[in-house]
Design a binder for this molecule. Structure first.
Ligand code: GLN
Length: 451
């Protein structure tokens, strides 16, 4: 351990205190500054300070998922991606705030209170990995892990002005990530440069025998190749224009003009099933969540309420007291769409839509190397502005959920700020396992495009 990282770890509590009002780090977990201290490991992340979202297990420390239902729970093992960070020499300094069980787009649905946007504390940082996004955006840590089921790394990255990658489904092991919707969940990366994003990705990616959905594809090392990046064909899609704030659309148009000027081909493509994405996503993820969260029953984990004398009451009292309103909403929605009379009408139908959306991407990536879209249609919104209106909250995910339904990789890249100083993020996506293609164009833009 270098003197520099030792001193950063020692100063971590003070650095955290300076950013206290942003509430990025789970309050009742002491900074895990010591997690790296006894490690003499050398590797690509040596000397880097990191944070991980608090739905990833780290042995011997609490994992809360920002839920009362996990009160008192201590992780008995370490998640594969977290272990790989430690093995690569990283020091893990904190676990970060999130929407309860990663359900949300604002980091307001947390039993520890909302995380705030560092660019304006009255605004949300995005979610559900808002704590990780803020920890990186404020320089509290160098990079962080989040999880992205339908935008939870990309959208907070855009709202906070950092890079945020959702890898291909299956690229990163889900072992030790608390499941929300297992056929969507992916661990993702926050960083302040393309290079750092790629380095962390390369450490955590790759096959893991402990996750049966983890992919065997080899992980290539990113080495910037300006000539190759300059020859990409980039797709833009009219379906990703609806309801987009003018200043965000302007930035997209300006980037397109820059890319054309730099000699890249830009081609209009079509993803005709985009408009059904939100409905399909919320049906399928709620269904999977209702099943995954059945294990929190008051018997096996954390909280237990047993004031009444029967088992049924133990379940319902524990779950009513332990889960917040958004999680309860998803469990009820998921139970409903899976119920005998409605399964075909909702769940099976949504699965068909998922297939069509996947085919949309298949066609697009037959024509272009990458797709360029806004990450979110709007700027960060006020804290409290959407919590009472779940539908408005869900609709904000419109440009993120299609890639999650398809399972393709996508990354939000920062492209400057609006007139009033709020960050703008744009999203690059590519075909399965083409994260490296995304890094090439991201680096090309980072190096050459000035706002
Ligand atoms: N905002 C989306 C949701 O609430 C995505 C969450 C996520 O990616 N974890 O489901």
């Amino acid at each position: 351990m270098t003197a520099e990282i030792r001193s950063r770890l020692e100063n971590f509590p003070a650095a955290l205190a300076e950013r206290q009002e942003l509430n990025a780090v789970i309050a009742d977990i002491p900074p895990l500054a010591l997690a790296g201290l006894d490690q003499a490991r050398r590797g690509p992340l040596e000397g880097r300070l990191m944070a991980v979202k608090d739905n990833l297990n780290l042995e011997g420390t609490p994992t809360t998922c920002a839920s009362r239902i996990l009160a008192g729970y201590i992780s008995p093992y370490t998640a594969t991606p977290v272990q790989r960070l430690l093995d690569a020499g990283a020091s893990i300094a904190a676990k970060t705030n999130l929407d309860e069980f990663a359900m949300g787009s604002s980091t307001e649905h947390s039993c520890f209170g909302p995380t705030r946007n560092p660019h304006d504390p009255e605004l949300v940082p995005g979610g559900s990995s808002g704590g990780s996004a803020v920890a990186v955006a404020t320089g509290l840590v160098d990079m962080a892990l989040g999880s992205d089921t339908g935008g939870s790394v990309r959208q907070p990255a855009a709202f906070c002005g950092v890079y945020g990658l959702k890898p291909t489904y299956g690229r990163v092991s889900r072992y030790g990530l608390v499941a929300f919707a297992s056929s969507f969940d992916q661990v993702g990366v926050f960083a302040t440069t393309t290079e750092d994003t790629a380095r962390v990705f390369e450490v955590i990616a790759g096959h893991d025998p402990l996750d049966s959905t983890s992919a065997p594809e080899p992980v290539t090392t990113f080495a910037y190749d300006a000539e190759r990046a300059g020859q990409f064909t980039v797709g833009i899609a009219p379906e990703y224009g609806e309801g987009v704030e003018p200043e965000i659309q302007d930035r997209l148009d300006s980037l397109v003009a820059f890319l054309k000027g730099a000699g890249l081909r830009v081609k209009e493509v079509s993803l005709p099933h985009t408009e059904y994405g939100i409905a399909a996503y919320y049906v399928l993820t709620a269904a999977e969540a209702s099943s995954n969260l059945a294990r929190f029953d008051g018997v096996r984990y954390g909280l237990r309420q047993h004031d009444r004398d029967d088992l049924e009451a133990l379940y319902s009292d524990t779950r009513s007291a332990g889960f917040g309103p958004e999680v309860q909403r998803r469990i009820m929605l998921g139970t409903y769409v899976l119920s005998a009379g409605y399964m075909d009408k909702y769940y099976t139908r949504a699965q068909r839509v998922r297939r069509l959306i996947k085919e949309d991407f298949g066609h697009v990536f037959g024509e272009v190397d990458l797709l360029l879209t806004p990450t979110a249609p709007t700027f960060p919104f006020p804290i409290g502005g959407r919590v009472e209106d779940p539908l408005a909250m869900y609709l904000g995910d419109v440009f993120n959920v299609p890639m999650s339904l398809a399972g393709v990789p996508a990354m939000s890249i920062p492209v400057g700020s609006s007139g009033n100083g709020l960050p703008v993020g744009l999203q690059l996506s590519a075909n399965y396992f083409q994260e490296e293609t995304i890094f090439q164009l991201s680096r090309f833009i980072e190096q050459n495009y000035s706002v």
